[in-house]
Design a protein. Sequence first.
Length: 231
Amino acid sequence: MTIIMPALSVMGVQCCPLPTAYLSTHTGGFEGNTFLDLADQMERAAAHWRELGLRFDAVYTGFMGSCGQAALAADCIRTFKRQENLAVVDPVMGDHGRLYRTYTPEMCAAVADYTPEQVAERKMEKGDGSLTLRLRRTKDIAAELGARKGGRLLVGFALETHDEEAHAEAKLERKNFDFVVLNSLRDAGAGFRGDTNKVTFIDRTGREALPLLSKSETAARIVDKIESLSK
């Protein structure tokens, strides 16, 4: 933010910063830097903006230091961005192939496909009978990106348990991906419970099944595939 704001100001753009955290140094190459979570200040600043009735032509998010900050940033986008204007979410999660220490597995989780239709304002007390929770479909972010893809390269991921290749190929077409990285939980050594993975690249020219590799090597092969398609 400290880098981009002066450039935007020179371009005549009025910026309203909402800092998420204070760090004693930048995150690239320095150890032991201090981290101050400003989530409570974010909430107070956003409340003031709501009182003023502010709206923005665009919203840009960068470093997030906690799940709470990410939730507040999402709420700001919903509240302050005009519907027809741009929201840019920059997932600043690490440097040099390593996650920032502030990032937890929960912050890196995939977006849920369904969310509760109603959120209780208080504890739901246990009763004698069964309980039914109604879920509604969340917005399909990948499909929306595919619909406005333009010249961008989009990569999808598919974790399947049956009819794996058919499901991945359907996702490739339905969401307008350039290729899909397919995982099958039926493959030994694949998935979440270990340091290895076995994937298949599926694009419109065919399939490329990789052998069982370390997860870091699998990631490198995915990057190689992206580079080959970007040339």
